[in-house]
Design a protein around this ligand. Structure first.
Ligand SMILES: Cc1cc2nc3c(=O)[nH]c(=O)nc-3n(C[C@H](O)[C@H](O)[C@H](O)COP(=O)(O)OP(=O)(O)OC[C@H]3O[C@@H](n4cnc5c(N)ncnc54)[C@H](O)[C@@H]3O)c2cc1C
Length: 468
């Protein structure tokens, strides 16, 4: 029966992917839910800026088709993921080397047996040559120059060992990876018995890109999960920009669930107070904000350190010939951790006749970041970038919560009955982690409220329309 004292069973604070995924599970179970978002749009960190027909993400856009929550989250049935070319393209010793996937496989299983050096990147006369020594980037540790023979992945035997290691990882259950001893990822790699050149030439740049952590201080367990996702799926981006994912979640919730432009200033087990609309009473509150905002609403909650990330977008009418590949620098020769002609991966991100090149810089960006990025991109792509136009430089100081060991990947989401918290800071600092934390929090709420029972029937709960 109608409980006039309550305006909703559950109020979710924050319409990032964590809060929206929790709202889906709650409304699907018949629990009336109100999502309150301070910004004027949904999506939080998964925002996409639109300029002159370009779609420019704030985030470094590396999802994996192997993220389980992309399949499990209700409302994401209509999500279109655009995969990068299989594996990655490594730039090392002035050449491009594909660490690819064998045809017919969905991931990198056995793929690195097939690693082969591609033809050198076409080099325009004006493009500077690769420096012999890595360039020092302020705020970022750069490893000593390595002596290597040939490709960054070493000999055929080295590559076969790496391929076997990734295949084993892809087949290892996540629980077993989480039971392994925990070290900083950089130290753990060195202890794995792989050749130094395989680690430095491939695993370091790959993991730095996947974890947004250039110094590899992240827990080795999180690194193993990231490598496992790489080895068993394909790196991909949402078609239309990062925002497509939260917008799809919001669109497929019952009408009237999400309220934007409403900032929550305090929470309790039975109400939230908002800056704009006073108090809203409810049976339970789920704080689904970023870590810092969560700690402001829930004093005592830990605020982690963060990895800063800068994303730089350029356009050109002469795209480099790397196709839809994700390009990494095996030489760590500049500020760019990874880059792609993203309009080749997802053509909807650029208007006809233009190419969009999106590049990610990890750590504190160097002064004059755009110039440093252009110079590095010229070496990586082997073309002149002098005429490329800069569309946007997005810097996010608190982009990704650091996951240093010991890192609890399953931080409690239930604080007390009636008060819950989710977000990437409760899980892994990824879209998968954010979605999964929303999954866990909604399960805890449903267990406390009485799963499947509609508790508040002021309005009939509309059927959740599922995307095709
Ligand atoms: C630059 C960058 C690169 C990244 N690269 C990757 C990557 O390659 N792969 C990957 O998987 N992940 C990546 N991530 C991480 C990923 O984007 C996040 O883990 C995920 O989006 C977090 O979602 P969330 O819902 O937990 O939090 P958020 O997206 O931060 O959502 C929280 C929401 O709460 C709202 N809010 C805050 N305070 C209040 C309040 N008082 N009242 C109401 N609303 C409030 C905010 O406005 C926001 O909309 C990257 C992030 C950044 C920034």
């Amino acid at each position: 029966m109608l409980e006039p004292a309550y305006q909703a069973d559950v109020v979710v604070v924050g319409a990032g992917v964590a809060g929206l995924s929790a709202a889906h599970r709650l409304t699907s179970a018949g629990v009336t839910t109100m999502v309150l978002e301070a910004a004027h749009g949904v999506g939080g960190r998964m925002a996409t800026e639109k300029i002159d027909g370009f779609r420019l993400d704030r985030i470094g856009q590396l999802l994996s088709t192997a993220y389980p929550e992309l399949r499990l989250t209700p409302g994401l049935g209509g999500l279109v993921l655009r995969p990068f070319a299989p594996g990655v393209l490594l730039h090392g010793d002035g050449r491009h080397h594909r660490a690819g996937v064998q045809p017919g496989t969905g991931g990198a299983r056995g793929a690195l047996h097939a690693v082969r050096a591609l033809a050198s990147a076409p080099r325009s006369p004006s493009a500077p040559r690769l420096p012999r020594r890595p360039v020092a980037v302020p705020g970022r540790q750069v490893s000593a120059p390595r002596s290597r023979s040939g490709a960054p992945l070493g000999t055929a035997v080295d590559q076969a060992r790496l391929g076997a290691a990734l295949t084993r990882l892809a087949g290892t259950p996540a629980e077993r990876l989480l039971a392994r001893p925990e070290l900083p990822a950089g130290e753990a790699l060195a202890a794995r018995g792989l050749p130094a050149r395989t680690i430095d030439g491939f695993l370091r740049p790959l993991l730095a890109a996947l974890l947004c952590d250039p110094d590899l201080t992240t827990s080795s367990r999180c690194a193993d999960l990231a490598l496992r996702a790489f080895a068993s799926g394909r790196l991909c981006v949402p078609e239309g920009g990062a925002e497509a994912l939260p917008e799809l979640l919001a669109r497929t919730l019952p009408a009237g669930t999400v309220h934007t432009g409403v900032r929550v200033t305090s929470v309790s087990t039975t109400s939230v107070t908002t800056a704009e609309h006073g108090e809203i009473r409810c049976r339970a509150v789920l704080v689904a904000t970023d870590a810092r905002a969560a700690a402001e609403l829930l004093p005592g909650l830990r605020v982690p350190e963060f990895h800063p990330v800068t994303v730089v977008h350029h356009t050109t009418d002469e795209p480099p010939g790397t196709g839809a590949s994700l390009l990494l620098d095996a030489d760590l020769g500049g500020p760019v951790a990874h880059t792609a002609v993203i309009s080749r991966v997802d053509p909807s991100r650029a208007p006809a006749g233009r190419a969009l090149v999106s590049s990610t810089v990890l750590g504190r960006p160097p002064g004059g970041v755009d110039t440093a990025v252009r110079m590095h991109l010229a070496r990586l792509y082997g073309v002149s970038t002098a005429r490329w136009e800069t569309l946007a430089v997005h810097h996010t100081a608190e982009a990704v919560p650091a996951m240093r060991p010991p890192h609890d990947l399953r931080r409690p989401v239930r604080l007390i009955a009636g008060l819950y918290v989710c977000g990437d800071h409760r899980d892994t600092s990824t879209v998968q982690g954010a979605l999964h934390s929303g999954h866990r929090a909604s399960a805890a709420i449903l267990a406390d409220l009485g799963a499947g029972r509609s508790l508040h029937v002021a309005d009939p709960v509309p059927t959740v329309p599922r995307a095709a």
